[in-house]
Design a protein around this ligand. Sequence first.
Ligand SMILES: C[S@@+](CC[C@H](N)C(=O)[O-])C[C@H]1O[C@@H](n2cnc3c(N)ncnc32)[C@H](O)[C@@H]1O
Length: 233
Amino acid sequence: MPRLRRWAILLSGASAAVMVLRHARGPAGVETPGGIVMGDAAGYDSLSRLLLGSFYRSVAADIAAAAPLGGQILDVGCGPGHLANRLARDHGLEVTGLDLDPTMIERARANAEQAVAADRRPIFVVGGVAALPFPDRSFDQVVSTLSMHHWADATAGLAEMDRVLRPGGRALVWDLRPGVVPLHRHQPDPLDKVAGSPLHLASVTPWHWPWRLTLTQRIELLPGDGDAGTAGT
Ligand SMILES: C[S@@+](CC[C@H](N)C(=O)[O-])C[C@H]1O[C@@H](n2cnc3c(N)ncnc32)[C@H](O)[C@@H]1O
């Protein structure tokens, strides 16, 4: 087996183990009224940079595949901005990242300064998904990775995502599959929250990460205005 591939598999296994251990007693972090924030933003920044690179790469490619040229993307719960920065740098999209945690937003801005040319950098905003500080119909896609199970009111969050989506847009949420974290007592199924929101469920797909394991799922949602997901067509 080529050495690079062996390392990739080892890293994938390590990332899965770290993730499972971190979630064994509930989402790691500090509970706030809007949701659970990570507590150690610097630690999460380094860990996610090291272990989630392949995840962000495949997710970014999936988002970009259906985005209109120069499309406007909102990344909810963007954390240290690794996905948002990749979308802006590698795919030329106009990206806004939003997170409840001001220290995460500081890190996202600092990471963007290192990784993305000045004229392409995402805008990073402090805020919660349940009260998005944006006008109606402002984004072609609203995306979110590994964040939804941290939201205090996911149904309100999904309603806000619906409000800020343009007709023909779509929401894409990647989150843990229910039951994948063995010792986790309260791992909610994100799909339970979709039922009470104006967004329509288009598809749920197991997502290969890490390596060939599928700890996460991709949930595609369409706005409740009756439009089919035609962004980028
Ligand atoms: C596990 S981190 C994921 C960060 C990033 N999306 C990634 O994939 O690396 C979860 C993030 O969700 C944010 N978060 C939690 N509740 C939120 C809410 N109600 N609105 C916006 N962000 C929230 C946290 O502050 C944290 O940065």
